[in-house]
Ligand binder design. Structure first.
Ligand SMILES: Cc1ncc(COP(=O)(O)O)c(C=O)c1O
Length: 479
């Protein structure tokens, strides 16, 4: 691994940043979609989420093609749903559909955005461990392609909604295969203590109940083993376990079970160090296809059609966040502090670099201790690399954007910083903590920038408070 103390702290690693990101040959500025970072912040404000449209589309296509090619190799087909929880707005839903992906939504709100984008409801999969009856009725009545049943109680609710709408609703059953995957390894257990899905051992009983409902069409099992997964063994073990119950389910149904949905979770590199280990989707696709073909033959069922739901791996590396530095502060690391964390590489000082956003636009470091990579975007500098921690402006000491990286030591107030790989689970997990407005999202492509999500204003946030002379009728409506 390259030593960050001696590496070029201006370098834009193409394995982490979006594919069109590069330094301008004359200005040295970070450019994305052929636009300078500061042009973007001058026009749209700071902080700013920027999504590289070509990179997002290319990645969506690459993942879909890899999964579909491998499915075809084993004689079946694959549907690739974009897991829209990663990042959804009307424009992104359209890109995904244009690139041949279906859309997975997990709430009435996500469904509403997908419909507003003109997505054909037939290609939408609807998830959630606590869909309200109103959400179920809406999904059924607009013609959502598949609803994923998360608990026994939902079977009756979806069946009733379908009956009332005079429809036969396609459904999957979400199960836990007992495989828990984290970034590098997986743990296989026989039962799970978590809120999603039903234990695999209960699948025959629950599928029998689904099959007993005339208004439901059972199409197969669904399982999502986790997120940001690097090792492929967990995916393979989970697929093997799911197919192991397909003969019993086929006997109940009196016909082969047509589909199998293996969820998402493919990991991406957030930093150059991770880039050396991040999985290649083509390899995951090949290994999954092999295990599905082998296990189907072993247990004696026809190979089902496959479905996948990647989110992060589709959109994560297409996005960056631009921030403006407000203050810097150097903190001496006492001998014991420096020794305590070998990742600080023995540095005697840490430069705290405060930016104009933070945990409200990127909750992942605070939520999961996630790592990110940062670069000065408005210039290059020959100053020696310094150990930095990029922090936000919120009233939490855990308000960290980049836990640890090396930037040119002359990073200063007014600099624009670019944090890489913020395309997934940043805008979608954003909050208004400290009444900080959510930044806008801009799409860039071939020298053009388009606003795709409006940023909030302080006035909008202030207007949420109900004043004494208003009578509240219901959430969102006042008289
Ligand atoms: C059911 C389901 N499918 C797909 C995903 C997408 O996962 P990822 O973005 O890691 O690919 C998630 C993420 O939580 C999920 O819960």
């Amino acid at each position: 691994m390259t030593d960050p103390r001696t590496a070029d702290a201006n370098a834009i690693d193409a394995r982490v940043f979006p594919s069109t990101a590069r330094r301008g040959s004359q200005c040295g500025q970070l450019k994305l979609g052929d636009l300078r970072a500061t042009e973007l912040t001058e026009q749209f404000g700071s902080p700013l989420y920027v999504v590289d449209e070509d990179a997002a589309r290319a990645r969506a296509r690459e993942i879909r093609e890899a999964l579909q090619a491998e499915a075809a190799r084993i004689g079946t087909a694959a549907t690739v749903y974009y897991a829209s929880k990663a990042f959804l707005c009307v424009e992104v839903a359209r890109w995904m559909v244009d690139e041949g992906l279906a859309i997975d939504v997990a709430s009435g709100g996500e469904l509403a955005v997908a419909l507003a984008a003109g997505v054909d409801p037939a290609v939408i999969g609807f998830h959630g461990n606590n869909k309200s009856v109103a959400e179920i009725e809406r999904a059924v009545s607009v013609g959502v392609g598949t609803i994923i049943i998360d608990s026994e109680i939902e079977t009756g609710r979806i069946a009733a909604a379908a009956r009332a709408a005079g429809r036969r609703q396609r459904v999957r059953l979400r199960v836990n295969s007992g495989v828990h995957a984290s970034t590098h390894d997986f743990l296989a257990t026989s039962h799970e203590d978590q809120k999603f899905g039903q234990p695999l051992s209960e699948a025959p009983r629950l599928v029998a109940a689904i099959l007993a409902e005339d208004s439901l069409e059972f199409v197969g099992l669904h399982c999502h083993i986790g997120s940001q997964i690097f090792a492929t063994d967990g995916f393979r073990e989970s697929a093997r376990r799911l197919l192991g119950v397909y003969p019993a389910l086929a006997e109940l149904a009196g016909a082969p079970i047509p589909e199998l949905n293996l969820g998402g979770g493919f990991g991406i590199a957030y930093t150059s160090a991770q880039a050396e280990e991040a999985p290649d989707v083509a390899v995951i696709a090949r290994e999954l296809a092999d295990i599905v073909a082998e296990t189907s033959a072993e247990v004696g069922v026809p190979i089902p059609k496959l479905a996948f739901e990647p989110g992060r791996s589709v959109i994560g590396q297409s996005g960056i966040t631009l921030y403006t530095v407000g203050t810097t502060k150097s903190v001496r690391l006492a001998g014991s502090d420096a020794a305590a964390d070998p990742a600080d590489l023995g540095a005697s000082e840490r430069l705290y670099v405060s930016v104009d956003g933070g945990m409200s636009d990127n909750a992942r470091p605070a939520l999961y201790g996630a790592d990110y990579q940062v670069r000065i975007a408005n210039r290059v500098s020959e100053a020696a690399p310094a150990l930095v921690r990029v922090v936000g402006k919120h009233c939490e000491s855990g308000d960290i954007v980049v836990q640890r990286d090396f930037l040119p030591g002359d990073v200063q107030p007014g600099d624009t910083l670019a944090v890489a790989a913020t395309g997934a689970y940043c805008w979608s997990l954003a909050s208004n903590y400290n009444y900080v407005p959510r930044p806008a999202v801009v799409a860039v492509r071939s020298g053009e920038a388009r606003l795709i999500v409006r940023g909030q204003t302080e006035d909008e946030l202030v207007a949420q408070s109900v004043t004494g002379d208003e009578t509240t009728l219901q959430n969102g409506a006042t008289k």
